[in-house]
Design a protein around this ligand. Structure first.
Ligand code: IPE
Ligand code: IPE
Ligand code: MG
Length: 253
């Protein structure tokens, strides 16, 4: 338990390729991807994860065909309204820009946030119309405003002050960033929060994932040695430079 990550963030990639390989329209990939996302919520609750953050729609995804965008956004609306998730001990949150999104989706997301705010089992954050640079730019704008009003002194500004001005200041640092679908990039996802995250890239497409893949990702994380710039536990003579599953837990973890 002491090697469990607290916060897992996932770039759920490969919906389109999953569908294309089956000769199906891309929307079928997004439909199957939504089912996989629901499955991960159950997996996260079962293993006792505190925070699960899912990259659902990026500020760059507006470049896609309008029909695909509509399919994705309607799918999100359906999932957020989903009865089975609604009754679980899940606090639902949303990170992203409200502009450009359909008004009814924004209202649904805000209402789910309000209704679930006292739940404590799992915090599920959906990043919808989310962009990392947008998030940082908005924090910079909020700080500039605070400085102009005399609330912060630019000379005394620290990292914690910056983090407090992010649009979702409660979001904790990411321990494990998992991306499916073979690409090894972060695509503008949570640049502030993943600064020291462990990275995990897997080849399978997102719709083929289930809770066992989440647990596998967590198992892989539990074997990593996080040094955060310090010096780790010394290697024994039988250990290579591979992190050992029996390595001493990092006391700062
Ligand atoms: C991820 O799957 C879902 C979204 C970006 C909304 P993709 O739709 O990017 O699937 P690929 O990468 O084209 O296979
Ligand atoms: C990242 O996937 C965005 C989401 C999973 C929502 P993309 O498929 O949009 O990323 P790129 O285009 O491969 O960078
Ligand atoms: Mg993709």
């Amino acid at each position: 338990a002491d090697r469990m990550p607290s916060h897992v963030a996932v770039i759920m990639d490969g919906n389109g390729r999953w569908a294309e390989e089956r000769g199906l329209p891309r929307r079928e990939g997004h439909r199957a991807g939504a089912a996989a996302a629901r499955e991960m919520v159950y997996g996260a609750l079962e293993i006792g994860l505190r925070h699960l953050t899912l990259y659902t729609f990026s500020t760059e995804n507006w470049k896609r065909d309008p029909e695909e965008i509509t399919t994705i956004l309607k799918g999100i609306q359906r999932e957020v309204d989903e009865e089975t998730i609604r009754d679980l001990d899940v606090r639902q949150r949303w990170s992203g820009r409200p502009d450009e999104l359909p008004e009814d989706l924004v209202q649904t997301l805000l209402s789910r946030e309000r209704r679930t705010r006292t739940r404590s089992g799992l915090t599920l954050t959906l990043c919808i119309n989310y962009g990392g640079r947008d998030e940082i730019t908005r924090a910079a704008a909020a700080l500039a405003q605070a400085a102009r009003e005399g609330e912060v002194d630019p000379h005394l500004l620290g990292e914690d002050d910056f983090a407090r001005h992010l649009p979702c200041p409660e979001m904790p640092d990411v321990d494990l960033l998992w991306r499916t679908g073979s690409e090894q990039r972060t695509s503008n996802f949570l640049p502030w929060h993943t600064a020291y995250a462990e990275l995990y890239f897997t080849p399978g497409y997102w719709p083929d994932m289930d809770r066992r893949d989440l647990w596998q990702a967590i198992t892989e994380y539990s074997r990593r040695q996080r040094r955060r710039g310090g010096v780790g536990a010394p290697l024994t003579s039988t250990e290579n430079h591979q992190p050992s599953p029996h390595a001493r837990p990092d006391p700062r973890h």
